[in-house]
Design a protein around this ligand. Structure first.
Ligand code: PLP
Length: 287
């Protein structure tokens, strides 16, 4: 396995960052998770735009142009000989000193890891996950804006710990007003009477690229999609609930906070959307 580390290709064992890297010391950096399907980097451009927007927002200067970054992704995949897998692209502020000041970090560090992906077993896509809602609140735009896919995932990790303690697959975060925002690492959708709902991102959700792809597919399939606020009550009484994300794709929830969702399995519209999603993934991207 070859890892791209600041312009060099190194082995997994050699791929090390400094203990003074502000990504490590402070979570000062950004990342993307991207899928490769049959040699196609799915929604490559959208992921790179989100990365460069995140960088701009936190005043992080990525030492590559967007075209050079795309070439680095393609080359890392080629070196690893993978046609299907997962790319983790990380840009940290780089090595500085122990102070917070990013001016002490002369050069951002770029890391690209390409791996085979350990996703949910196929059975989970048919049967759905169990999930719980948690007390941890999603950070809202007046704090660290959730549009920034930053290396600060402690909140999401605390939420994942709650899911683990409840022995369920995913957890649902609300915002301070009690509106549903997203899962620990996925966006959330609910379906009621054939209408598809997902929270508007301004409530406190990452603008997921899978989310946007699913909204497009829903519209193509003739479903009405409404981006509007909803509460846990609406989730409990929904006909179908599912999560979307680069790693998870489209995965149903079969039980939430002990309430059975719909028929207690992945619902028919969820499965239809998953099916359509899997049909487009090897087309819409960079070969
Ligand atoms: N929400 C959070 C907090 C995430 O970390 C992710 C994963 O990237 C998502 C949602 C889903 O986004 P995407 O579909 O772009 O992977």
């Amino acid at each position: 396995q070859w890892i791209y580390l600041d312009g060099e290709f190194v082995t997994k064992e050699e791929a090390k960052v400094s203990v003074y890297d502000h990504g490590f010391l402070y979570g000062d950096g950004i990342f993307e998770g991207i899928r490769i399907y049959d040699g196609n980097i799915f929604k490559c451009h959208e992921h790179l735009v989100r990365l460069y927007d995140s960088a701009k927002s936190i005043m992080l200067n990525i030492p590559l142009t967007i075209e050079e970054m795309q070439d680095a992704l393609v080359e890392t995949i080629r070196r690893n000989g993978l046609r299907d897998g997962y790319i983790r692209l990380v840009v940290s502020r780089g090595a500085g000193n122990l102070g917070l000041d990013p001016n002490r970090c002369p050069k951002a560090s770029v890391i690209i890891i390409v791996e085979q992906l350990a996703i949910y077993p196929e059975e989970a896509y048919k049967n759905g996950l169990r999930a719980v809602s948690v007390a941890e609140r999603r950070n809202i735009p007046d704090a660290l804006n959730p549009k920034i896919k930053s290396l600060n995932y402690l909140n999401n990790i605390l939420v994942k710990i709650k899911a683990n303690l409840a022995d369920v697959g995913e957890a649902i975060m609300l915002n301070a007003q009690g509106y549903v925002t997203e899962g620990s690492g996925d966006n959330i959708f609910i379906i009621k009477k054939g209408v598809v709902y997902t929270p508007p991102c301004y409530l406190g959700a990452l603008e997921g690229i899978t989310r946007n792809a699913i909204i497009d597919i829903c519209k193509e399939q003739g479903f009405t999609v409404k981006e509007e606020p909803f509460s846990m009550h609406d989730v409990y009484v929904a006909d179908e609930v599912f999560f979307t994300g680069t790693a998870a794709e489209v995965i149903a929830a079969r039980e939430i906070d002990g309430r059975i969702v719909g028929n207690g399995q992945a619902g028919p519209i969820t499965l239809q959307l998953l099916d359509k999603f899997r049909q487009i993934v090897s087309q819409d991207g960079v070969k």
